[in-house]
Write a protein that binds this ligand. Sequence first.
Ligand SMILES: [Zn+2]
Length: 323
Amino acid sequence: MTRREWMQTGLGMAAGIMAASRVRGDEPGDDSDPAALIAKIGPMMEKIPVESAELGPGLHLIHGPGGNIAVLDGPDGLTVVDSGVPTRAKEVLETVKRVGGKPLVRLINTHWHFDHAGGNEVFAKAGATILATAATRSRLATEQYTEVFKMTTPASPAIALPTFTSDAFELHVGNEVVHLSAVPPAHTDGDLIVHFTSRDVIHTGDLFSNGIYPNIDASSLGWIGGMVAAADRILKLAGPRTRIIPGHGPMASREDLAAFRKMLATVHDRLNPLLDKGKTVSEAIVARPTSDLDSVWGKGFFTGGMFTRVAYDGLLQHRKTEK
Ligand SMILES: [Zn+2]
């Protein structure tokens, strides 16, 4: 899937609709409220087609509404990474079974967010055993309030919860060796990197959004310094030919991830002095620390103002918890 194809479909389409419907005023900061975004996402998710692409023998990508999904075909059935948004779960499951041609046996959650674990109940009822970090399980098991979106996510029913939790494990699926490793808090406090080592493909979950500003979930202890560290971790795993499935956006290379890491580190370095001076979130947004980066990175769900808000929120909270 090229960037152009991605922009024409799936989340690219969503991002385009977002950009077109966004309110842009003269006052800096008035495009910085992600809560307005969340009301639009639901109806938009209904319109985006579920699509698939082959990443090589026995490995498929499913993209469209929600985060990117990987499907690995193994001798015992299908192993799937992430389950998409709840409202499209049945359609996604049908697509998984169609491209994989086998029954579903296991589901890995990269983290708890509704656009990645929203299909858990439907997938579990179809026979999947769910694997995730303990932190992801505990967030799925309890009601979550996401401050920046002013959004409450109810606790998942028992069947939708991971039954196997660990921060590092290895799965042997046919000739594929899948390494799963958690990172310290970054996008959330339960992020998992999924590395298909034999095929040289990495699913990053939302530790990486290709070509666009990412969300950072401060309410789940995410913070930008952790995002930089996580990007470094993935860069170490990746070689020049590694193909990377980002949480959102088109398929990526190591260079795409390196560019994302550079953007994160740049913004981190600019926000730190604002924090040292005791600036509030609103003051940080008005300072427009991302103004020279927005034309490249601000074309997705998040404007520079929104990204500044989530990054600054996370940084503020991280400093508080450090003390
Ligand atoms: Zn996420």
